[in-house]
Design a protein around this ligand. Structure first.
Ligand code: KIV
Length: 263
């Protein structure tokens, strides 16, 4: 059995110039596939709201829902680092609530770390959660939970602010930072400046690692895809083909044949 990926493994990979691979997952079978394929980190993202629950944004995802999905993912993982994504309003109310909610991912769902969105503004939360012994991944740039404040899902270009956010989340105790929707030259500069690993999504090729939403890159999500998504498979088309064949065979009496019947 291969050793578990830990936050220290990710730090070592950055130091050795080895790229970190990451994807989202939301259930046992896909977590198992990702883990066996050799992915380093699995994020149980609040993108759950969009790609699994069919909502327009991530805002309505609850702690109970994401803890439930994180537990399924953890059961499917033997090697990858499992990170639970703190949903909107689970860490903004008070530091006590943030620590308690972060703890649920480890106590109830088997995760090894949590992620939360925000830069300099959430540093007190990062510090409080990290001091409780819970590794925290920060997430700056395009932060989907602030969709209404940002006026939509928009690329973030304020270099001075992004660099400050990145430096402050590192100083606050984050073990890593997700850079989302940031032009390549800015994410490259952040990656060079920080000691902790950067994980990019829509942030160009020079981050320490990359993450995508699994439903986008495997073609399970057949709705809008942003420019930065590369489709590595078309599972939706494959599934539709299989479903059409099943319906046709049942209707025509081709299935079940004797081969699939008990004698
Ligand atoms: O919720 C999510 O899936 C995320 C990734 C896109 C980084 O936050």
């Amino acid at each position: 059995m291969q050793p578990r990926v830990t936050t220290s493994t990710l730090m070592k990979m950055k130091q050795e110039g080895k790229k970190i691979t990451a994807l989202t997952a939301y259930d046992f079978p896909f977590a198992r596939m990702l883990d066996q394929a050799g992915i380093d980190m699995i994020l149980v993202g609040d993108s759950l709201g969009m790609v699994v629950q069919g909502k327009e944004n991530t805002l309505s995802v609850t702690m109970d829902e994401i803890v439930y999905h994180t537990a399924m993912v953890s059961r499917g993982c033997a090697r990858a680092l499992v990170v639970g994504d703190m949903p909107f309003m689970s860490y903004q109310g008070s530091l006590e609530a943030a620590v308690e909610n972060a703890g649920r991912f480890l106590k109830e769902a088997g995760a090894a770390a949590v992620k939360l969105e925000g830069g300099a503004d959430v540093c007190p939360v990062i510090t409080a959660v990290a001091r409780a012994g819970i590794p925290v991944q920060a997430h700056i740039g395009l932060t989907p939970q602030s969709v209404h404040q940002m006026g939509g899902f928009k690329v973030q270009r304020d270099e001075k602010r992004l660099l400050k956010d990145a430096q402050e989340v590192e100083a606050a105790g984050a073990f890593s930072v997700v850079l989302e929707g940031i032009p390549s030259p800015i994410s490259a500069k952040i990656t060079q400046t920080l000691k902790i690993p950067t994980i990019g999504i829509g942030a160009g090729p020079r981050c320490d690692g990359q993450i995508l939403v699994m439903h986008d890159m495997l073609g399970i999500n057949d709705r809008f895809l942003p420019k930065f998504v590369k489709k590595y498979a078309d599972l939706s088309a494959e599934a539709r083909k299989g479903l059409a064949a099943y319906i046709d065979e049942v209707q025509q009496g081709g299935f079940p044949s004797d081969e699939y019947a008990y004698k």
